[in-house]
Ligand binder design. Structure first.
Ligand SMILES: O=C(O)CCC(=O)C(=O)O
Ligand SMILES: [Fe+2]
Length: 254
């Protein structure tokens, strides 16, 4: 994607979060079972277009709508390209995963704003989680880091790469690939001095479609590792597990 279009997208996100009319509320609830995250989130359905609720779309800054209408189109091109190559890697029909994201598939845009935090050692910007999506495209802040990935129990900082988008495999791909692909656990740490922004595109299937390992990838040698679950039930699960700080994918592992 051209650096100029990416720059515009980050700029409208920044402008939006500067608006006084936006109610800013940061939560710090320190309980035994429940810990809120140090961030403001704003979700919009962007696809299917018929499900956009334009009354919720900010009218300020004035270019918000226009820019946020074009961005998903470009992200979809990236998604399709990567999904085709992932299917090829698994020796499946190249369109296999692309076809899962049919006309009823849901794409959410999530705008994350992490205010600077007076107690960065006590609260996360976003708790450890894996994305309950097919696929996620993250546009991270171009100057403040904070996103970390877990591998073999160790946390690694995700570097800031100018004008780059981060493509993240979600739980659905882990389940469908019967564990060949991994949906990485990640988190966002807070920063004592600086605020941070990100814009995340979440690709999910039609809520009525079922998630399960691709039959071609399961046999006597490669036993089935995940149960079947309807997309909408999996989404309902996320809200419970995220609040508890556990992983949704663990609920469908066999
Ligand atoms: O803010 C980020 O860099 C990542 C956000 C994220 O992981 C999410 O919204 O699921
Ligand atoms: Fe995430």
């Amino acid at each position: 994607m051209e650096p100029s279009s990416l720059g515009e997208v980050m700029e409208v996100t920044r402008e939006f979060y500067k608006l006084p009319l936006k109610q800013k509320y940061s939560n710090f609830v320190d309980g035994k079972e429940f810990r809120m995250d140090w961030c403001d989130r704003f979700y919009l359905v962007v696809e299917p277009e018929s499900q956009r609720i334009y009354t919720l779309w900010p009218t300020q800054p004035p270019s918000f709508r226009d820019i946020l209408s074009k961005y998903p189109v470009r992200c979809r091109e990236i998604t399709n390209l990567v999904l085709k190559n992932l299917a090829k890697l698994l020796n499946l029909d190249r369109e296999y995963f692309v076809n899962m994201l049919d006309e009823n598939a849901m794409t959410h845009a999530r705008f994350n704003y992490y205010p600077h935090c007076p107690k960065p050692d006590q609260v996360f910007g976003l708790k450890p989680h894996s994305d309950a999506t097919v696929f996620t495209i993250v546009f991270v802040d171009d100057s403040v880091s904070g996103l970390q990935l877990q591998k073999n129990g160790v946390w690694y900082n995700v570097p800031i790469v100018p004008n780059a988008l981060l493509v993240n495999m979600g739980d659905v791909m882990e389940i469908m690939s019967n564990g060949l692909f991994k949906s990485p656990v990640h988190r966002v740490v807070t920063n004592a001095e600086k605020e941070r922004l990100s814009l995340v595109m979440f690709y999910m299937m039609d809520p009525e479609r079922e998630i399960e390992p691709v039959p071609e990838l399961v046999d006597e040698k490669n036993l089935r590792r995940y149960m079947k679950i309807k997309t909408k039930d999996y989404i309902a699960e996320i809200f419970k597990t995220f609040a508890r700080g556990t992983l949704s994918i663990d609920t469908v592992k066999i």
